[in-house]
Design a protein around this ligand. Structure first.
Ligand SMILES: Cc1cc2nc3c(=O)[nH]c(=O)nc-3n(C[C@H](O)[C@H](O)[C@H](O)COP(=O)(O)OP(=O)(O)OC[C@H]3O[C@@H](n4cnc5c(N)ncnc54)[C@H](O)[C@@H]3O)c2cc1C
Length: 416
C-alpha cells in the first residue's frame, strides 16, 4: 500500500488550499474528492462571481464577525490573512477588487477562475488528486489515523486533514461525512444547523415581487413585538418569502426568535427619509398626478414590477383618480413604504443554506495548529469546524486561513 505524508479529504476551498500548502512544504500529498471535479461549491459562490474574501484586514476586527468563537481564528488570520489571499490570487492571474460593503471579488473573472487557480496551485505543487473517490472511513490504531478507507481501496498516511465541509447544499457533495468520523474518535460535535438562510413568510404575494433587488432598504426584526435586530442593505423577495444579504445575516437571530414566539419583519423601502417627510412626498406625487388613475401614479417611487403588488396590498382602487385618494388611504400607502409588515413562518433548511453553523467543537482542536486534541495526526480545515461568519467573503477567508495552517502543520509534523 502506497503511503502518503498527508492525505487531505475534501476538495473544496479549504481542502484544495491545505493540500497545495502541504505539498509546497515537500510532503507527499494525496487529495481525495468524491465529486468528479474539485470545488463544486466554489462555482456557485457569490452568485457565480465568488466573493473571495473581505477587505477588513485587521485580524481582530475580522475575527469579531465570527461572534463568540471568532477569537479562535486569530492565529490562522495572522498566519495567512486577507492580504495574503489577495497576493495569492494575483500571482495566479486572478486580480481581485473591493466592491460594495468591502466584499472582494475577482476583478475581471468569475468563480470558475478561482476554481481553476486552485486546481493549478495543487497541480503545480505536486499534489496527487483523486476525484470520484469517496472516503468511507478513517482507520485508527493506537491513537493515530493509519489509513483512509475509500471505495477503491485503502491509502496509508502519516497525517490527515479533514476538510469535508458541512451539510449545506448537499448536491455539492457536502453530506456531513467528516462529522461522523470525528465523532467516532471522541470529538464533540456542536449540533450543525443551516445558517445564512432565506426565510419563509405567511404573505402569499412574494413570488409576484421576486424579480428585482430591493436596494438600500432597512429591515427590522421584532420577536413578540420586541426589536431584536435591524439591518440596512440589500434584500429580495423569493417565491415563498424573503432572502438576500441582510436577511441571511439576520437569519440566526430569526431562527432563535422563532423558538420563542411570533416573529415579524418590518421593511422600510425609504429609510433615508423620515415618515413625515415621505408623507409630504406622497402628497406631492398624488397632487402632481391628480387627474391620473392611482395605479399609474407610483412610477417615481417604486420599481415598475413592484407597483401592481403595492396597489393590491394598499387596497386602493387602481382606477381611482389620485385627487380622490383619501387621507386614510394615503396613510395606508405610507405604512407600506415605511413599515411593510411581514410574518415569518420559518427558515429554509440545509438544502439552501449558504453555510452550516456548528460542527467540530473548538474545544477539541488546537486552533494554533488546527490539530485535533484527540488524534495527534488529524487536522481540520474549513466549514467542518464550529465557526460561522456573515456574508461578505468571511467564510471563504476562514477556509483559506484554516486550510493554510492545517496544511503547513500536517506537512511539518511528518518532517519532525
Ligand atoms: C450558494 C452559496 C454561495 C456562497 N457564496 C460565498 C461567497 O461568495 N463568499 C464566501 O466567503 N462564502 C460563500 N459561501 C460559503 C462557502 O462556499 C463555504 O464556506 C466553503 O465552500 C466551505 O469550504 P470547505 O472546503 O470547508 O467545504 P466545501 O466547499 O463544502 O467542500 C467540501 C468538499 O468535501 C467533499 N467531500 C465530502 N465528503 C466527502 C467524502 N466522504 N469523500 C471525499 N470527499 C468528500 C465534498 O464533495 C466537497 O467537495 C457560499 C455558499 C453557498 C452554498
Amino acid at each position: 500500500m502506497k503511503r502518503y505524508d498527508v492525505i487531505v479529504i475534501g476538495g473544496g476551498p479549504a481542502g484544495l488550499f491545505s493540500a497545495g500548502v502541504a505539498a509546497r512544504q515537500g510532503a507527499s500529498v494525496l487529495l481525495l474528492e468524491k465529486n468528479p471535479r474539485c470545488g463544486a461549491k466554489i462555482l456557485i459562490t457569490g452568485k457565480g462571481r465568488c466573493n473571495v474574501t473581505h477587505s477588513e484586514n485587521d485580524p481582530r476586527k475580522f475575527a469579531e464577525h465570527f461572534g463568540r468563537n471568532g477569537r479562535a481564528l486569530l492565529t490562522a488570520l495572522y498566519t495567512f490573512g486577507v492580504e495574503d489571499v489577495v497576493a495569492f490570487f494575483e500571482e495566479r492571474d486572478v486580480p481581485l477588487k473591493i466592491e460594495r460593503g468591502g466584499r472582494i471579488f475577482p476583478e475581471f473573472g468569475e468563480a470558475r477562475d478561482v476554481q481553476r487557480a486552485l486546481e493549478s496551485f495543487v497541480r503545480d505543487a505536486g499534489v496527487e488528486v483523486r476525484t470520484s473517490c469517496e472516503v468511507k472511513n478513517l482507520l485508527i490504531d493506537d491513537g493515530l489515523v493509519k489509513a483512509v478507507e475509500t471505495r477503491v481501496g485503502n491509502f496509508a498516511t502519516g497525517n490527515v486533514v479533514l476538510a469535508t465541509g458541512g451539510l449545506s447544499y448537499p448536491e455539492t457533495g457536502c453530506t456531513g461525512d467528516g462529522y461522523a468520523w470525528a465523532k467516532s474518535c471522541d470529538h464533540q460535535l456542536v449540533t450543525p444547523e443551516p445558517a445564512l438562510v432565506s426565510v419563509k413568510l405567511r404573505e402569499n404575494w412574494t413570488a409576484d415581487a421576486s424579480h428585482f433587488n430591493l436596494k438600500n432598504v432597512r429591515i427590522t426584526l421584532r420577536a413578540d413585538g420586541k426589536k431584536v435586530d435591524e439591518r440596512f442593505g440589500e434584500a429580495f423577495f423569493t417565491h415563498s418569502g424573503i432572502g438576500g444579504p441582510i436577511i441571511l445575516d439576520m437569519s440566526s437571530h430569526i431562527r432563535d426568535a422563532l423558538k420563542q414566539g411570533e416573529v415579524r419583519l418590518f421593511l422600510d423601502f425609504k429609510p433615508a427619509v423620515a415618515s413625515d417627510l415621505f408623507d409630504k412626498r406622497l402628497q406631492r406625487e398624488l397632487a402632481e398626478h391628480s387627474n391620473r388613475a392611482f395605479g399609474n401614479s407610483l412610477g417615481k417611487l417604486l420599481p415598475r414590477d413592484m407597483i401592481p403588488v403595492f396597489v393590491r396590498l394598499v387596497g386602493i382602487d387602481p382606477k381611482k383618480k389620485c385627487h380622490s385618494v383619501t387621507r386614510v388611504e394615503r396613510q395606508r400607502l405610507l405604512k407600506l413604504f415605511k413599515e411593510l409588515e411581514l410574518e415569518v413562518t420559518g427558515c429554509e433548511g440545509f438544502r439552501r443554506a449558504i453555510i452550516t453553523s456548528g460542527g467540530i467543537s473548538l474545544k477539541d482542536i488546537d486552533m494554533r495548529s488546527m490539530r485535533s486534541k484527540r488524534i495527534a495526526n488529524l487536522f481540520f480545515a474549513g466549514e467542518i469546524i464550529d465557526l460561522d461568519g456573515p456574508t461578505g467573503g468571511f467564510n471563504l477567508q476562514e477556509c483559506w486561513s484554516t486550510g493554510y495552517l492545517a496544511g503547513i502543520n500536517a506537512a511539518r509534523r511528518q518532517e519532525g
